[in-house]
Design a protein around this ligand. Structure first.
Ligand code: GDP
Length: 327
């Protein structure tokens, strides 16, 4: 292979200059399963770390069709109009199956895509949510090193991906629709406890009245929960992403959250807790991976399964036997 490899130094230099092409390429390295790529990605990541951490990270979730991409486009455009640099990332574990169900579609966020102060990156694909989430978490750091001061992480309102995104953002925003019993569903699934704000979208036309009613109901529901540790009372707002209404108020609310939590120290505490979470998550994932990928374990596991089927062992004895054979 005579083609000259781009050095990691060039990568680092270009990313710190805010070069989006190199940022994209580095994220591709992060997402790669090739061990050489991963090694290179780690070197770049480590060099970028001291320049990261300076942005505001906002998570946005909601069921398909609630208006996430329309909202992110309106919100993102508003932010760039204020002179901010916005990176939009996604966590969608289903994307490997559906070939990119969110953000993969080029027709989404048409205006934001062409904005030179915006960077949009579809969800990495991967076999596990843990893998997808870790890659996104690392990509956030690269975007920050490249000078993006606002990071938006989008996720679909299904499955465990919301918990993963909640654990990587400073502010978690839940998009909802009024009516259709949608309210209760959210409460049941515990998503509402995670939300720092609920925005009832599509508050336009005939929907305005229902949206206002829903706002009162959600406010009432939120007050049933104990206050958050950081003292923040989650807010409920209405918006029309389509008509660009409510967007400015939402940004003001988020800014207020950021400044109060920064003052009280809660902002930094949350990030520290998140880092601890990722430390444990990574250890757990790696332990599991190493265990199951160990050829000795693999062989023994098959034997134990046969013993189990023959009634010669119990699941607990078999498990202990395997766990004691890892070295
Ligand atoms: P996502 O699946 O959550 O990303 O939702 P989309 O942003 O793709 O929006 C789904 C549909 O709802 C599209 O047809 C949008 O045009 C429409 N939509 C999004 N936001 C609004 C809104 O504020 N008002 C109205 N009336 N329609 C909206």
């Amino acid at each position: 292979n005579r083609r000259k490899q781009v050095s990691t130094d060039t990568f680092i230099e270009k990313i710190l200059e805010g070069d989006i092409t190199f940022l994209s390429k580095a994220i591709t390295l992060i997402e790669s399963t090739n061990s050489k790529h991963q090694e290179k990605a780690n070197t770049i990541l480590n060099a970028c770390m001291p320049h990261a951490d300076k942005s505001i990270r906002i998570g946005i979730t909601g069921v398909p069709g609630v208006g996430k991409s329309t909202f992110i486009e309106a919100f993102g455009k508003y932010l760039t109009s204020l002179g901010k640099k916005v990176a939009v990332l996604a966590v969608d574990p289903s994307s490997s199956i559906n070939k990119g169900s969110i953000l993969g579609d080029k027709t989404r966020m048409e205006q934001l895509v062409t904005d030179k102060n915006a960077f949009i990156r579809p969800s990495p694909s991967g076999t596990s949510l843990g893998g997808v989430a870790q890659k996104t978490k690392e990509s956030i750091l690269l975007c920050e090193a490249a000078g993006f001061d606002t990071i938006i992480v989008e996720t679909v309102g299904v499955g465990q991906s919301e918990t993963a995104v909640h654990a990587m953002v400073d502010f978690f925003l839940l998009l909802k629709l009024s009516g259709a019993g949608d309210e209760l569903q959210g409460i049941k699934r515990g998503i509402i406890e995670m939300a720092d704000a609920i925005v009832i979208n599509k508050a336009d036309g005939d929907n305005v009245k229902n949206a206002k009613i829903a706002k009162v109901e959600f406010n009432r529901a939120l007050h049933l929960y104990p206050p958050k540790e950081n003292g923040w009372q989650p807010k409920v707002m209405i918006a029309s992403a389509l008509n660009n209404s409510g967007i400015e108020d939402i940004y003001t609310m988020i800014s207020e959250y950021i400044s109060t939590t920064k003052k009280s120290g809660a902002f930094e505490n949350r990030r520290n807790d998140q880092n601890k979470h990722w430390l444990y998550t990574t250890i757990n994932d790696q332990l599991k991976k190493r265990f199951y990928e160990n050829p000795k374990i693999n062989e023994l596991l098959q034997k134990e399964i046969i013993n189990l089927e023959k009634g010669k062992t119990t699941p607990f004895n078999a498990a202990n036997n395997l766990l004691n054979n890892t070295d």
